[in-house]
Ligand binder design. Structure first.
Ligand SMILES: Cc1ncc(COP(=O)(O)O)c(C=O)c1O
Length: 495
């Protein structure tokens, strides 16, 4: 379809069908072929120079030609997370329901600031379902946001509003009667520090509470830190507990932390961006149930629920706190909560930062409807089993070693060449090189992390396409690559 055609005739159904079917073919071919493709291929320099560095076109091109270019130049260099052996960072393959939902959402293209249209009601319903998942009351506040980082920023902004001791919106933080402190651990996601910095609290207001040997916040140390701050005239503002850290999957002791927060009247924000959906599993149900006691919870449908990015959620126990933090309605924007059929229910833009907001809810709604809570529970339990199998295979291997304690669906481990076993620095650099080889080799994709300062290969299985064979293949592959690297570097391989 040429630009003249588009401008002159707008949309006609036959044109849309023709091009749309071509795109559906593209998607179908891409997804079906993925398991047989390299997990990851770096975009070659010459491709970046020749194709991805062009100036903005002066003249428009035919859409069908552009679709072909997407096939030839874009789809062949994916991030990798659609592949069954992609276990890097916390990235899942997309659900089919979510893929299709995103296409429809783009076609409708509403602004979800507010109003009385289907997208608003779907988002309210989806948020209600997520509240149910974490045990929040249905009248709690909530918003779909871009991801876990924005969810934590939003939750902590509400905490600051409630606990700063001043009118922070009008007078700013310098009017706070006492300096504020936020309690985290060495394992808390970097988004929390970014949020604290962005909100003007300064990273010095962060207290790194000591962790136990499984990298979970020590409740006794948390209480001690809060009391010590109070005695020094510092106002404890919030505790950030994590339900599944990004590094090792550690789950902080939510119940003890909730007790301390209630007793000390401190805001409890739980970063459940990755781990919160595991509350559906038999294995983690009890450990994660205290999510229901938090003041705010971050939970990312775009992680373990497999909804295509971006889909994060922030839930806040008292919606009025969100409203007090964000509401600002100039005359050119609609008043909320009106009976007028155009205005609809209270506007989302009044309980968060964004004004124009995308129709994120459709892909979440379609995915939740398609799998149901039972389907997701089975999916998550299967992935927990795969992580268990991975840990078991590693323990059985003489050349691999578990690093730290596996938790949720994350397993950290390393290759052990014999001679280097006692030398930490050699072991770390060996495994860093090994990771780079594995990532660029295209067979398996892992990421890396530091566990108690030791470098480890890290697998996070939030991938509904992975199978036990993929796990066994990956273990063999890491062993073989480790062996090869050991012999190249003159280190004896443990076999
Ligand atoms: C525990 C945790 N919190 C926060 C984030 C940040 O989420 P996002 O990347 O969606 O902003 C992540 C990302 O992996 C995470 O695992």
């Amino acid at each position: 379809m040429s630009i003249e055609h588009d401008l002159a005739q707008g949309w006609d159904a036959d044109t849309i069908r023709g091009l749309g079917y071509a795109v559906v073919d593209l998607i179908a071919d891409y997804l079906a072929a993925l398991p047989g493709q390299p997990v990851f291929r770096a975009v070659p320099e010459e491709q970046i120079a020749s194709y991805f560095s062009r100036p903005v076109p002066e003249e428009g091109e035919d859409l069908s030609a552009i679709i072909e270019q997407v096939r030839e130049n874009v789809l062949c260099y994916p991030f990798g997370n659609g592949h069954p052996r992609f276990w890097g960072w916390v990235n899942s393959p997309p659900t089919l329901a979510g893929i299709l939902g995103d296409a429809v959402a783009a076609a409708m293209n509403p602004s979800c600031a507010g109003g009385n249209h289907a997208a608003i009601h779907l988002e309210r319903q989806v948020l209600g379902w997520l509240k149910q998942l974490v045990g929040f009351p249905q009248d709690a506040g909530g918003l779909l946001v871009g991801g876990g980082s924005l969810a934590s920023l939003t939750g902590l902004a509400v905490a600051r509003h409630v606990h700063s001791g001043c009118d922070v919106r009008q007078d700013g933080l310098h009017a706070a009667p006492r300096p504020l402190a936020v309690y985290v651990s060495s394992e808390t996601h970097s988004a929390v520090r970014k949020s604290i910095e962005l909100m003007g609290l300064g990273s010095r207001s962060l207290r790194l509470v000591p962790v136990d040997d499984r990298l979970r916040i020590r409740a006794d140390a948390l209480r001690h830190a809060i009391l010590e701050d109070r005695a020094r005239g510092i106002q404890p503002m919030a505790v950030v507990a994590t339900a599944g850290t990004a590094s090792t999957g550690a789950v902080d002791p939510l119940s003890s932390i909730a007790d301390i927060c209630a007793e000390q009247r401190v805001w409890l924000h739980v970063d459940g961006a990755y781990g919160a959906p595991a509350v559906l599993s038999g294995q983690y149900r009890d450990e994660l149930r205290p999510l229901e006691r938090a003041d705010s919870v971050a939970l990312d449908p775009h992680k373990w629920l497999g909804v295509p990015v971006e889909a994060g959620a922030i839930l806040v126990r008292n919606e009025s706190d969100m409203r007090a933090t964000f509401r600002l309605v100039p005359p050119y924007l609609q008043a909320s909560g009106s009976e007028d059929p155009v205005h609809g229910p209270p506007w989302f833009s009044e309980i968060g930062f964004q004004q124009t907001r995308g129709f994120r809810a459709l892909k979440v709604w379609m995915s939740l409807k398609h799998f149901g809570l039972r389907g997701y529970a089975r999916m998550i339990e299967r992935q927990l089993e795969l992580a268990g199998l991975l840990a078991e295979e590693i323990r059985r291997s003489t050349s691999l070693q578990i690093v730290g304690t596996p938790s949720l669906s994350i397993v950290c481990f390393r290759y052990l060449p014999q001679e280097s076993a006692a030398d930490r620095a050699v072991l770390d650099s060996f495994n860093r090189v090994l990771l780079r080889r594995i990532q660029t080799g295209g067979q398996v994709f892992l990421s890396g992390t530091l566990v108690k300062e030791e470098f480890a290969l890290r697998a996070c299985i939030v991938n509904h396409r992975s199978t036990p064979d993929d796990v066994r293949f990956a273990v063999r592959h890491v062993q073989e690559e480790g062996q090869k690297l050991a012999s190249e570097t003159g280190l004896n391989a443990c076999v």
